[in-house]
Write a protein that binds this ligand. Structure first.
Ligand SMILES: [Zn+2]
Ligand SMILES: [Zn+2]
Length: 109
């Protein structure tokens, strides 16, 4: 595959050569700044509208009530984690979702 610049999917601002694979076949461009951000933030990217959500890891983990899920997220605390989600508040405003809890099946790291 030849190297190509793409716009960072997270900040939608910087162009970068760096790609990150999400689950499925989706590959997104992520700039170094956003990779850096992913060290202490969980990042969710809506696969429908492309909007990204960045939440501090400690805050997310504190808010999770499900113990199994909390454990899974704590394991990811030191990982770079960018997850694709199928819908978001912008796409489905009627669903007040907590992304962390909604995405309990997608923990892989
Ligand atoms: Zn970026
Ligand atoms: Zn969306």
């Amino acid at each position: 595959m030849k190297d190509q610049f793409g716009k960072c999917s997270i900040c939608r601002d910087k162009y970068t050569l760096q790609r990150v694979a999400l689950e499925e076949d989706a590959v997104i461009y992520v700039c170094s700044e956003c990779i850096e951000k992913a060290r202490d933030h969980f990042i969710w990217l809506c696969m429908v509208c492309g909007k990204s959500y960045v939440r501090p890891k400690d805050l997310v983990i504190t808010r999770i009530k499900d113990l199994e899920l909390k454990k899974a997220y704590m394991l990811c605390e030191n990982e770079i984690m960018i997850q694709g989600i199928e819908t978001c508040i912008s796409c489905s405003p009627e669903r007040m979702l907590d992304y962390a809890e909604m995405h309990e099946t997608a923990m892989e790291c």
